[in-house]
Each structure stands twice: as structure tokens, then as C-alpha cells.
Design a protein around this ligand. Structure first.
Ligand SMILES: Nc1ncnc2c1ncn2[C@@H]1O[C@H](COP(=O)(O)OP(=O)(O)OP(=O)(O)O)[C@@H](O)[C@H]1O
Ligand SMILES: [Mg+2]
Length: 304
């Protein structure tokens, strides 16, 4: 197994004062996972379980109460241009044009590039997200979806070692969303960047990810499973839906979100260790749909 590029160890986030008068409110704890170089990993879980908090810690914008994140052999201690972030809302600089929002980041990333190089590189990425002709507009003059696409272009244009995305397509209409997902696959298959992405959309996760991390409901959320998406690439949304494995994975995710995520920690599968959540390959087992609790031993392998 290849060495982990990103390693998250025993991450926890606590706030003082719980709802029932407890001394602390624990959003999540014992969160452990790793991502290999070039791997595309999605995280799914109900609202409030701490996904954005984890992403912000990985971005270096927030500190965990416990635990460490190590990227490329170094502990993450603050923001870096090695990590590009696409937030839940676009977070553009409102006084700059779409183009300037991108060139600003590209120039910071490549201090040795001349203006022309920065401009051409930025324009290329704006074009890739379908914003040719809108470069001069400021965020207030763009639609919500267009603003989000500027944020996507900016994050990709700096070609970070780790791309962090927090529901990047949530605000887009279905058609634009589909186009941008395809563009994301195209860019990613060329650059082989390592990606950590949060989404609520199970179909999106299956289309994009190599693995999907499932979070239990909070408070005191944990990672319940790491689900392998073993579908051939390149993936085409109209093709993969014909694969039996697609539905095995989809049903597994929905079953988790609808039923298992709530009670998972009260009735964990036998031998469950949150520090080493099981890796599951839906389709190789059937027990999970017929009996609550532990699924067949074949379904669980030790984590990478
Ligand atoms: N200052 C704070 N004090 C107490 N609790 C907080 C504070 N800030 C955030 N939280 C809690 O942290 C939890 C995790 O928030 P986070 O934004 O990471 O969730 P999320 O999984 O990204 O949710 P969503 O899917 O809605 O985006 C929430 O339950 C929130 O109430
Ligand atoms: Mg969030």
C-alpha cells in the first residue's frame, strides 16, 4: 500500500458548555483517516457532524482540540498555497473582477511568473469553468453559480498539492453542476491532485471519489466506514448507472445516511474501532441490507 500523503490522527473538536449543562460539547473525536497521493476522497455525513470543521483544520484555518494532521510529512499548522480551498460559499474578493480574483492567487503561488504567464494561466482556468467573456465582472455582477465557478477556477488554477472542497457544487443548478463535475474529473485526471471533498450528494460522491468516508451523526461523531468506490475510470454519469456495483454502493450510502448513521455509535458493529474504521466494498456483501449490525466479514478489510 502506498504511503499516506495526508494523515489525520485522533482529531477532536470540543467547545465549552454542552446543551445539557455538560462541561464540554464534543462535535467529533477519534477521527482518523489517511489519503494517498492522487486519491480523491469524499466525506458524507449529516449536517452538524463536523465536516466543515475538519476541512478547515486541514486548510490550516482552524485548530483542532486534539490530534494532528500531517501532509507530505509535515504537520499542518496554518494556511498554505499547497492547499487550495473551495468553500461552501464562494468567498471571493468583492472589489476585484472574476479575473483578478484568480490572477491574485496565481501570482501569489508563482512569484517568478511574469504578468502574461499569470494572465494566460488564469484565463485558461476561467474558460474551463465556462466563464469566458465574464472575466471583467465583479462578484456582485455574477450569478451565484458563476461566483462559485470563479472560486473553483481559482482553487484549481493554483494547482495545490491538496484540494479541499466543501460542497463546492451545492449552489449550482443541475445542468451546470453536471458540466462542472465533468470538468473537475477532466482536470483531476490530468493533474492527479489529491482531493478531499465534502458533499451531501451520494451520486456526486460515487461519480467522483475513489473512497467515501461516512461520518456518524454528531455530537461525538466518528468516522464509521471508508467505502471503496471501485468503478472503472474514466466515469461517465450516463454509463456508470448501468453497473450493478453502482447501485450496491448507492444503496449502502443511503442506508447509512437514512438509518445507520444515527444509531451507529450506540450499536457499533462487532470489533468497531473508530481509530481504524473498517474499509467496506459494497457489492461484495449482502448482509448489511438484511441484518442490522455487523455485515459479513468479507465486507470489511482493515483500512489502508
Ligand atoms: N463556537 C461554537 N460553539 C459551539 N459549537 C459550535 C461552535 N461552532 C460550531 N459549533 C458546532 O460544531 C458543529 C460542526 O459544525 P460544522 O460546520 O463543522 O458541521 P458540518 O458537518 O459542516 O455541517 P453542514 O453539513 O451543515 O455544513 C455544529 O454542531 C456546530 O453547532
Ligand atoms: Mg459544512
Amino acid at each position: 500500500m502506498a504511503e499516506a500523503f495526508l494523515k489525520v490522527q485522533d482529531l477532536a473538536r470540543r467547545y465549552p458548555g454542552g446543551k445539557r449543562g455538560d462541561a464540554v460539547f464534543t462535535v467529533f473525536e477519534q477521527v482518523n483517516f489517511s489519503i494517498r497521493k492522487g486519491e480523491f476522497v469524499c466525506m458524507i455525513g449529516h449536517s452538524g457532524c463536523g465536516k466543515t470543521t475538519i476541512l478547515n483544520v486541514l486548510a490550516g484555518l482552524d485548530r483542532a482540540s486534539d490530534g494532528v494532521c500531517i501532509m507530505d510529512g509535515r504537520e499542518i499548522a496554518g494556511p498554505s498555497l499547497d492547499r487550495g480551498v473551495i468553500f461552501q460559499n464562494h468567498s471571493l474578493l468583492p472589489w476585484h473582477s472574476a479575473l483578478k480574483n484568480v490572477t491574485f492567487a496565481v501570482a501569489a503561488r508563482h512569484r517568478d511568473w511574469n504578468r502574461r504567464q499569470v494572465l494566460e494561466h488564469s484565463q485558461k482556468y476561467l474558460e474551463r469553468v465556462g466563464l469566458r467573456g465574464s472575466e471583467a465582472r465583479r462578484p456582485a455582477q455574477l450569478s451565484g453559480g458563476m461566483r462559485q465557478r470563479v472560486g473553483i477556477a481559482r482553487a484549481f488554477a493554483i494547482e495545490p498539492k491538496l484540494l479541499l472542497m466543501d460542497e463546492p457544487f451545492g449552489a449550482l443548478d443541475a445542468l451546470t453542476r453536471g458540466n462542472i463535475q465533468e470538468e473537475l474529473i477532466r482536470i483531476w485526471s490530468k493533474t492527479h491532485q489529491t482531493v478531499f471533498m465534502i458533499t451531501h450528494d451520494v451520486d456526486e460522491a460515487i461519480l467522483l471519489a475513489d473512497r467515501i468516508l461516512l461520518m456518524t451523526n454528531g455530537p461525538e461523531a466518528r468516522i464509521a466506514e471508508s467505502v471503496v468506490v471501485d468503478l472503472p475510470r474514466p466515469r461517465d454519469r450516463t454509463q456508470i448507472i448501468h453497473l450493478p456495483a453502482y447501485y450496491a454502493i448507492r444503496n449502502h450510502l443511503i442506508e447509512f445516511l437514512v438509518r445507520r448513521s444515527k444509531d451507529f455509535l450506540r450499536h457499533p458493529p462487532a470489533g468497531f474501532d473508530p481509530r481504524n474504521p473498517p474499509t467496506v466494498q459494497p457489492g461484495l456483501e449482502t448482509a448489511v441490507f438484511t441484518a442490522p449490525g455487523p455485515s459479513s466479514p468479507r465486507a470489511h478489510r482493515s483500512a489502508p
